[in-house]
Design a protein around this ligand. Structure first.
Ligand code: B3K
Ligand code: ZN
Length: 886
């Protein structure tokens, strides 16, 4: 907890460390009521930072009880060093020395889940970003890289498995029922990549032969009851290892790679060297208990953490402002992997929908920051959609500009040049430039300027000269601390369609011949015109194909033009995008009608467009499912000037009902065909099967809106007899959101009884109910929080109940009496003391107060003020609340 006003840390103040740590030797003695940590650090002055006199040594440390300290074997007494709540400082008398300390810490009462803590019966760690300082006094900054040797001692019976980074080198037993194991990590690493695990764990074992023929042991450790849920993660791991060799030329480096699943974890997973620690929700998956989406999430997170071994661990960040160096790049890499494993177009659609809904909202709110932030109070608050998702888009644009081959040359040079170093985003871009000769200086504004650029496009056609011009105007709204922005480099991938649905060859003024029908132009000025010659008729432009830049594109398409693009665009992403834009236009009309108190009437063109999609048996079923999904409420809120959540909900539900009614026959036909296949085929976690179930399930959710008895019967049949969670959960969710009260309660009770002992399945049961827009949302949430399976100390439970309510249940959360806001603020105040990172994350919906009407704005601000005044705030919560109110 904070006792003084928190300090703002600025990128411009970065200074190289005064001292380095060459070797770190740690011994942990784990007990039930305390843990002793002995550290022996071989240190030396950092020459790069040398001035004449030896500077003082300042080590980070928090919540540590110092038991002993010695310098080169000489015990230090009280007058030899200073301690405050964040550090220990002393004056070394030689340029290299050995510092030894023993501290006592309390993992058994650590509810913040940062540093060393207990999850259930096991010990585990989470050190990124600045958690290692809660383990021992250290230079806890990523530009200090050391080799680590770690010995863990614990009771043999309770903790038969003792793990740390690197390779196991020795182990043994002692007479008193305790045992020990020593691990050695030869690769120098920053302390944030340190990990330790001790517990009664079982493991699934496999092996991988690397491209140079080395044998690597692969192990996934879980609590015994989960041993049958590891195969999917293991398969994903092997596929990731092969993919990184084939696509990036990156080989694994240690003799063993381990994953450990823990139930209490603040985020998805952590890439600790050789010992990844995962939230159990990001590793455990089998047909009966995890949905298709969960299977795909496991595959992506396993890949993401594995890929960090190069993009993050071998080459790490100089300071935390460079976080996107590893995160943006690694998200880009895992997206490439997922696209190759599943449908690339569907993966892109999902990523873009997510970015536009959530990252664009962040970029327009009080916490907006550049991909490389200039300052922060609490770094934990900067593991954001901007750093991760927009950061990945920035890397993707570099690839679009350099081409795949150029990009690979750049990444090869980056890994080779910086192996073993802690570097910056500038170093990354420099490697891309040096490998290809490209000039990315203006492009780098994507790292330093926050906000989502708007790209307005207008057209002009002159039939007499057969010239077609597109004029691009870019602008970027002000964001906190950045009033004015300079023009970005915006790569726009485009094509031109003729009236026969064909693509016109593209030849710009000044070019000798046409260059393809699909190409990338770079918009670099505030206003810029591109003229195409040899354009025999007025074309219809297909712009920003594949979402080639993270911008808000604005082109005045008519509804008929959008329908034309839905049918003829050669770019699958843009066919989907045309459908989304058409839906947005229709939904906006309904929202207006609703607000004016008129009867809502859905433009039949949308229904007939969706009808043709449904009738097209040649289309990938996953694409059909995506095309049938209307833009979500959160996205409709994001694109509103002032969001009217009730009108948005009413309009979207009305449109869904009209679609269900008009397209009942084709939906029913496709539902039954796919359900029949599901009945006949055992579950497989593979992309065609995901696609088939996705279409089946969206069809079911439409069909249930008809409230017909035969649909309810089909839904119950699916719920009761499905062999997998994807079908079972959807069936339950549509019943929960239906008026069939008795059936709904019966399904919820059956489900809870069957899965009461599986916490991850119960999380799904919780979130389906907490996220339901049916009336009485808040009472339901209170009720759920009294359920035996709920605990406020487990982040997955908090996300499943409180998070689902505040982030997905818009009509209930935004209730006009302010009850939803008051509830959320109460939870945040309580969690602030228990787990500041989780408390701070929960604030997100309240930070968006500017989106709503005056009455709701006042209520939301009132709750933020109440949090601010509630007592001693963690730096995490303080930063978000104070910036939101500024
Ligand atoms: N690097 C971790 C995130 C750590 C978050 C610390 N608050 C997971 C990941 O991005 O792979
Ligand atoms: Zn990551």
């Amino acid at each position: 907890m904070r006792t003084e006003q928190p300090k703002v840390i600025h990128l411009k103040d970065y200074q190289a460390p005064d001292y380095l740590i060459d070797e770190t030797h740690l011994t942990f003695e784990l007990y039930e009521d305390r843990t002793l940590v002995h550290a022996r650090l071989a240190m030396q002055r950092n020459d790069a930072a040398a001035s004449s006199a030896l500077p003082p040594l300042l080590l980070h440390g928090q919540e540590l009880e110092l038991l002993s300290l010695s310098l080169d074997g000489r015990p230090l007494g009280l007058g030899d060093y200073q301690i405050d709540e964040n550090s220990l400082s002393l004056q070394p008398d030689a340029a290299s020395f050995v510092l030894e300390s023993t501290v006592c810490i309390h993992p058994e009462t650590n509810t913040a889940l940062e540093g060393l803590y207990k999850s259930g019966k096991m010990f585990c760690t989470q050190c990124e970003a600045e958690g290692f300082r809660k383990i021992t006094y250290y230079l806890d900054r990523p530009d200090v890289m050391s080799s680590f040797t770690t010995t863990v001692k614990a009771d043999q019976q309770r903790y038969p498995i003792l793990l740390s980074n690197g390779n196991p080198v020795a182990s043994g037993s002692e007479d008193d029922g305790r045992h020990w194991a020593t691990w050695e990590d030869p690769f120098k690493k920053p302390a944030y990549l340190f990990a330790l695990v001790a517990g009664d764990l079982w493991c699934v074992e496999d092996s991988f032969t690397t491209m140079s023929g080395r044998e690597v042991a692969l192990r996934i450790y879980v609590e015994p009851e989960n041993i049958d849920k590891c195969q999917h993660a293991m398969d994903s791991l092997k596929r990731s290892m092969r993919w990184d060799e084939q696509v990036y030329g990156r080989e694994y480096d240690l003799d063993i790679f381990m994953i450990v699943a823990v139930n209490d974890f603040n985020m998805g997973a952590m890439e600790n060297k050789g010992l990844n620690i995962f939230n159990s929700s990001a590793v455990l998956a089998r047909a009966e208990t995890a949905t298709d989406a969960a299977h795909q999430r496991v595959e992506a997170i396993v890949a993401h953490e594995y890929f960090h071994n190069w993009s993050g661990n071998r080459v790490t960040c100089r300071d935390w402002f460079q976080l996107s160096l590893k995160e943006g790049f690694t998200v880009f890499r895992d997206a490439g992997f997922s696209s190759d494993m599943n449908s690339a177009t569907v993966k892109r659609i999902e990523d873009v929908a997510y970015l536009r809904t959530h990252q664009f909202a962040e970029d327009a709110g009080p916490m907006a920051h550049p991909v490389r932030p200039d300052s922060f109070i609490e770094i934990s608050n900067f593991y954001t959609l901007t750093v991760y998702e927009k950061g990945a888009e920035v890397v993707r644009m570099i690839q679009t500009l350099l081409g795949e081959e150029g990009f690979r040359k750049g990444s090869d040079l980056y890994f080779e040049r910086h192996d073993g170093q802690a570097v910056t985003c500038d170093d990354f871009v420099k490697a891309m430039e040096d490998a290809t000769g490209a000039d990315l200086q203006q492009f780098k504004r994507w790292y330093s300027q926050a906000g989502t650029p708007r790209l307005a496009v207008s057209e002009a056609y002159d039939p007499s000269t057969q010239r077609y011009s597109l004029t691009f105007r870019q602008s970027c709204p002000p964001t906190p601390g950045q009033a004015e922005k300079l023009p970005f480099v915006i790569p726009v991938k485009l094509g031109l369609l003729d009236s026969q649905g064909r693509e016109i060859p593209l030849r710009l003024v000044g070019e000798g011949a046409a260059v393809g029908t699909d190409r990338v132009i770079s918009v670099t000025d505030a206003e810029q015109c591109f003229t195409f010659v040899d354009t025999p008729e007025q074309p219809l432009p297909s712009l920003l194909r594949g979402f080639s830049a993270p911008v808000k594109l604005d082109f005045p398409y008519s509804r008929d033009q959008l329908m034309y693009l839905m049918q003829h665009d050669s770019d699958g992403f843009n066919r989907w995008e045309a459908g989304q834009q058409l839906s947005v236009q229709v939904l906006r009309e309904l929202i207006d009608q609703q607000q004016r108190g008129e009867a809502m009437s859905v433009d039949q063109r949308l229904i007939s467009a969706l009808g043709s999609v449904l009738d097209n048996d040649r289309l990938d079923q996953a694409m059909v499912a995506e095309m049938l999904s209307l833009p979500g409420e959160a996205y409709l809120i994001e694109i509103s000037e002032v969001a009217d959540v009730d009108a948005i909900h009413a309009a979207r539900e009305h449109a869904r009902r009209c679609i269900a009614e008009a397209l009942f026959e084709p939906l029913w036909r496709r539902y039954q065909a796919n359900r029949e296949l599901s009945r006949q085929t055992p579950y497989v976690a593979q992309s065609e099967h995901f696609a088939r179930r996705a279409l089946q399930n969206i069809a079911l959710s439409y069909l249930m809106l008809s409230e017909r008895r035969e649909v309810l019967a089909a839904c119950q049949e699916q719920f009761e007899t499905a062999d997998n969670m994807t079908e079972r959960l959807t069936a339950m969710a549509v019943m929960v959101n239906s008026p069939f009260e008795a059936e709904r309660s019966a399904a919820l009770a059956t489900f809870a009884e069957a899965f009461k002992d599986d916490p991850l399945v119960m999380d799904q049961w919780f979130s389906v109910q907490a996220g339901s827009a049916m009336p009485g949302g808040l009472e339901r949430v209170h009720h759920l929080m009294r359920h035996a399976a709920f605990t406020i100390k487990n982040p997955n439970k908090v996300r499943a109940v409180i998070g689902a309510f505040a982030n997905q249940n818009h009509v209930n959360f935004h209730a006009l009496d302010g009850s939803g806001y008051r509830f959320l603020a109460d939870q945040i105040i309580m969690l602030n003391a228990l787990n500041p990172q989780i408390a701070s994350r929960l604030l997100t919906p309240l930070t968006r107060w500017r989106k709503y009407d005056d009455a709701r704005q006042a209520l939301m601000r009132g709750e933020l003020e109440r949090v601010l005044a509630s007592g001693e705030l963690s730096s995490d919560v303080f930063e978000v609340v104070s910036k939101s109110l500024a």
